[in-house]
Design a binder for this molecule. Structure first.
Ligand code: SF4
Length: 289
């Protein structure tokens, strides 16, 4: 009989755990899924826009933005043609405005290069502005039923806990490895539900801050962190770089009816948005005058 090396045992154990995740997860999702506007009518356009809005933003905060966006820009053509200022107004308050600009640029690509139809192929989706492996996986699986994983921070956390994997989840190679691990265990008949169920588990049960609700989890019988109570150690993440702090003096220059605003440059932080003029330092009253 072939003797197993420790590495083989580790890989085999991991595979056994991964092979167990789909059935219970889907049964749990069928009972627990939240009804969300983009879920109930998962057209490629709606899935795409919602996934971009949901990056860095909570579901509840996204809902009114999504409704307004769909009302004003109901399809890819409308998005491709919208005026920049109106687009930014629709996005105002969601933050990370490059997401909105990339949406429009990708809509224009779809109109000129794909006849106005969102491509269904994962690799074609990756060619669109602002679409990375997560969004390509989400759109291709949810809207086109293709078995591509959609791995974001929530999914990385859940899988790291399942396997007690101490890899640094901010490392892109770890993300790629998790995508490769999930692809073969995705049920071919429900890839979109599988991805959404993983995201839902991360958002509502295997929580990012504080203790996970393991007693509500479909994996409680085999998840290693659930069995060992080691959730505080997983996932592992390298410390973020310290934020840069800049001093500015904001100038509010106004008459009784008007105020001076300027438009920021087309590139860089808050590109193209309006702002009060500012001096790049903490200025004294004398300097301002
Ligand atoms: S059992 Fe607990 S730690 Fe494991 S995936 Fe479920 S909620 Fe997360």
């Amino acid at each position: 009989m072939k003797q197993q090396t420790p590495r083989n045992i580790e890989v085999q154990r991991k595979q056994e755990l991964l092979n167990r995740i789909a059935p219970g997860l889907l049964t749990w999702y069928d009972k627990s899924r939240r009804s969300l506007p983009w879920r109930e009518e998962p057209t490629p356009y709606r899935v795409w826009v919602s996934e971009i809005m949901l990056q860095q933003t909570r579901v509840e905060a996204v809902k009114p933005y999504f409704a307004r966006f769909m009302e004003r820009l109901p399809d890819i053509e409308a998005l491709a043609e919208v005026d920049d200022d109106e687009l930014l107004k629709l996005w105002e308050g969601l933050g990370y405005y490059s997401r909105a600009r990339n949406l429009k640029a990708a809509a224009q690509q779809i109109v000129t290069e794909y006849g106005g139809e969102m491509p269904s192929d994962y690799r074609e989706l990756l060619k669109l502005k602002g679409i990375g492996s997560y969004t390509a996986g989400a759109v291709s699986s949810i809207a086109f039923k293709q078995p591509n994983p959609a791995v974001d921070g929530n999914v990385l956390r859940v899988i790291a806990r399942l396997l007690e994997d101490n890899s640094d989840i901010s490392d892109q190679s770890v993300k790629k490895r998790v995508e490769d691990d999930l692809r073969p265990v995705m049920p071919k008949d429900r890839p979109g539900d599988f991805n959404q169920a993983l995201m839902e588990l991360g958002a509502t049960v295997c929580l990012p801050n504080g203790a996970p609700k393991c007693s509500n989890c479909p994996w409680q019988e085999f998840c290693l962190v659930g069995l060992h109570g080691t959730w505080q150690q997983y996932p592992q993440k390298a410390a973020k770089k310290a934020r840069t702090i800049e001093d500015k003096t904001i100038l509010v220059i106004r008459t009784s009816r008007q105020v001076v605003l300027r438009k920021r440059p087309k590139r860089g932080l808050l590109a193209g948005l309006y702002e009060f003029p500012a001096m790049d330092k903490k200025a004294s009253l004398e300097e301002v005058r």
